[in-house]
Design a protein around this ligand. Structure first.
Ligand code: NDP
Ligand code: HSE
Length: 436
């Protein structure tokens, strides 16, 4: 399809898992994209680290450069697409681009969560668009609904499964009874887990996404450092079996919640940790490496977003959507909605987060033990909802589920329990979410 309008010129930084799919889709859907935008898209350069690397033979080798900064500084570049990742040099490239008035599309959750403020400030200074739909939950249209569709509403809570690798591992543990190590090996063999899975299994990836979601949902700058983070490497086959007995499963959740702190001030709590959720909860059925995010807003009620949160092609879909939006804005001389961070809500400390808990402890099986253990919970004002005991010779395993209690009270309870002679070990402490 021909177009009267001059091309919108794109610089691509990175041509790996996501970048190579962006190039493929730009090529394959070129006619449709031109029709939808009203002008063609022209890729003028691709910055990579190893230009000699074997790549898709359809890409013109003359496009490749190792000089990313030189590429973004070119006068003929309108839109910079960053799919390299990491903090530096990506931050310098994007700041340079935005200040110069170039639109930016990025999938870089690590950078946005660590120092999104620098990018937003540069976008404001340069009057440029900053789009990052692919940074959270891959293909799922989630940030635009939070950034635009829900701007007339008041979001109260965002609960999500935003890491595909860990969801695959936990779903596999739930389905087969496997332990964490065995399920991780399977995830690695199938290509879900990276060679170094630390960012996924320790919750860093989900924490970055949680910070981005909380910032958008609550009109407040939230960084990864504000997010309470606990990984899922400690979840055992026994925990999963216990969850099943309670009609639950275990998921690595990101939870961002607006509410009052202990002083009655409107505030935000953001946390990432494994949690038991009832099988009837909408997130419990999210299996395999899928992502899903459950949003609660005062007027809209409950909303659920579901889909593929990772992978080259699904992530490229979100990148392409942003490219189309940025290109349209340039042609019409308009801008995307800028950052909304007017609320400046304080971050509520994790100690004030109220949750129910599942505690599994090995104790001596003799008279008065249960009463002593219950007394420790009572001392710290943690109310017990249920107790299950199973015996083994002279020892017993107690599984205690509490009513909602502040995290600080539960932590003090666990510390006191550890110091009791009758408590052999505390096998696990897991949060319970969602009405189980
Ligand atoms: P890859 O590691 O597959 O690709 C990274 C690309 O960046 C490669 O092409 C590499 O070049 C290039 N690169 C690295 N360093 C430099 C440098 N100094 N100068 C120029 N180019 C450089 O990463 P992904 O495609 O998986 O991820 C890209 C981004 O997308 C990250 O921010 C990631 O968090 C995000 N993301 C990824 C998802 C996924 O499923 N993979 C999902 C959602 C977001 P070379 O090819 O020469 O090595
Ligand atoms: N490692 C991430 C995941 C990739 O497993 O979900 C997508 O951000």
């Amino acid at each position: 399809m021909s177009s009267e309008k001059p091309a919108v010129r794109l610089a691509l930084l990175g041509c790996g898992t996501v970048g190579s799919e962006v190039v493929r889709l730009l090529h394959e859907q070129s006619e449709d994209l031109t029709a939808r935008i009203g002008a063609p898209l022209e890729l003028v350069g691709i910055a990579v680290r190893r230009p000699g690397r074997q790549r898709d033979s359809d890409i013109d080798p003359a496009l490749f450069t190792t000089d990313a900064l030189g590429l973004v500084k070119r006068d003929d570049v309108d839109v910079v697409i960053e799919v390299v990742g990491g903090i530096e040099p990506a931050r310098s490239w994007l700041t340079e681009s935005l200040k110069a008035g170039k639109s930016v599309v990025t999938a870089n959750k690590a950078l946005l969560a660590e120092d999104g403020a620098t990018l937003h400030d540069a976008a404001a200074e340069g009057g440029a668009d900053l789009y990052y739909e692919a940074a959270v939950a891959g293909a799922i249209p989630l940030l635009r609904p939070l950034r635009e569709s829900l701007h007339g509403d008041r979001v109260t809570r965002v609960t999500g499964i935003v890491n595909g690798t860990t969801n695959f591992i936990l779903s596999s543990m739930d389905a087969t009874g496997a332990g964490f190590g065995e399920a991780l090996d399977e995830a690695t063999e199938l290509g879900y887990a990276e060679a170094d899975p630390t960012a996924d299994v320790e919750g860093f990836d989900a924490a970055a996404k949680a910070a981005i979601l909380a910032s958008l949902a609550f009109h407040t700058r939230v960084t990864a450092a504000d997010v309470f983070r606990e990984g899922m490497t400690g979840v055992t086959a026994a925990d999963m079996a216990s969850a099943k007995e309670m009609g639950c499963t275990i998921k690595l959740l990101c939870i961002a919640q607006r509410g009052e702190d202990s002083a009655g001030t409107d505030s935000v709590s953001v946390r990432v940790h494994p949690a038991m959720i009832p099988r009837s909860h909408p997130l419990a059925g999210v299996g395999d490496a899928f992502n899903a995010v459950f949003v609660e807003a005062e007027a809209a009620g409950q909303l659920m977003f579901y889909g593929r949160g990772a992978g080259g092609t699904p992530t490229a879909s979100a990148v392409l959507g942003d490219i189309v939006a940025a290109a349209r804005n340039r042609l019409s001389g308009t801008r995307a909605p800028s950052e909304s961070s007017y609320a400046h809500l304080p971050i509520r400390p994790i100690g004030e987060s109220v949750t129910r808990y599942h505690i599994s402890l090995d104790v001596a099986d003799r008279q008065g033990v249960l009463a002593t253990v219950a007394g420790v919970f009572a001392k710290h004002e943690v109310s017990i909802a249920t107790v299950r005991q199973s015996g083994r010779d002279e020892d017993a395993t107690l599984v205690i589920v509490t009513h909602g209690a502040p995290d600080a009270n539960l932590a003090a309870t666990v510390e006191d329990l550890r110091s009791l002679d009758i408590v052999r070990s505390i096998a696990s402490v897991l949060r319970v979410e969602g009405g189980a």
